[in-house]
Write a protein that binds this ligand. Structure first.
Ligand code: FE2
Length: 243
């Protein structure tokens, strides 16, 4: 296994007062917005990480790592931005989540194009402190490296990741809840799913792995699982199919 980014660190002292302020604005705005929308598993995990991932300043990844490692053995791998998909799966397989360290500017709070650290850390890291979710994420990585030479399977696995980890919805009592990090970290998109601009379909693994996506704009198609348990079991279905 070759991880090319090993050794890159977060240069914490380089964050400016503006960066810390942007983080606080984003964090506070989205925590308010997520009430009754985010799945309780996410909110509980966010609270669990609050000693390190909190609203007062940009999180220090060394601090976040301490809690994550103690909960599930996961930690952060600092990356320069989007990385090749196989390397991405390799990191997940060894329980390292790739995160960038740059933060959007105050003038572009609703920035969406490339994932910044608000997306990567606020969106993705909390649930990695949850054992069931963390195991699920590792299984995606392991499946990816097992089939890394099979372009068709990798494309299907990317769609699966997209419609679950990034933009997944979950039934929450009679309401629609969110657990996908792309939604969790986006004020506008969190609210958009409750409008008639989008289509919400029941979770269908066959359809999901055969559906392509666009990553540079808001989505208009989402899939909703009946429960997070249904989600966790679905990776086993893919393991069987591709065994
Ligand atoms: Fe993401």
């Amino acid at each position: 296994m070759h991880i090319t980014f090993a050794g890159v660190q977060q240069s914490y002292s380089k964050y400016t007062e503006d960066d810390h302020e942007v983080w606080k604005i984003l964090y506070d705005r989205q925590v308010d917005n997520l009430e009754n929308k985010a799945h309780p598993a996410y909110l509980t995990a966010l609270e669990d990480l609050f000693n390190a991932l909190h609203n007062t300043k940009v999180p220090n990844f060394n601090e976040v790592d301490k809690t994550l490692l103690s909960r599930t053995g996961w930690s952060i791998e600092v990356v320069p931005g989007l990385i090749p998909v196989v390397e991405f799966f390799e990191l997940l397989a060894i329980k390292r989540f790739p995160s960038s360290t740059w933060l959007r500017k105050k003038s572009e709070l609703d920035y969406l194009e490339e994932p910044d650290m608000f997306h990567d850390s606020f969106g993705h890291l909390p649930l990695l402190a949850n054992t069931d979710y963390a195991n699920f994420m590792q299984k995606i990585g392991l499946l990816g490296i097992k089939h890394k030479a099979n372009e068709d399977i990798i494309t299907k696995l990317k769609s699966y990741y997209w419609f679950t980890i990034e933009f997944g919805l979950v039934k929450m009592n009679e309401k629609t809840g969110i657990y996908g990090a792309g939604l969790i970290s986006s004020y506008g998109e969190t609210n958009q799913i409750y409008t008639d601009k989008v289509i919400v379909k029941p979770f269908d693994i066959e359809e999901i792995i055969n559906t392509s996506f666009v990553n540079s704009e808001m989505q208009n198609l989402y899939y909703k699982v009946e429960s997070l348990n249904q989600l966790y079991l679905s990776i086993e279905e893919l393991e069987r199919r591709w065994s």
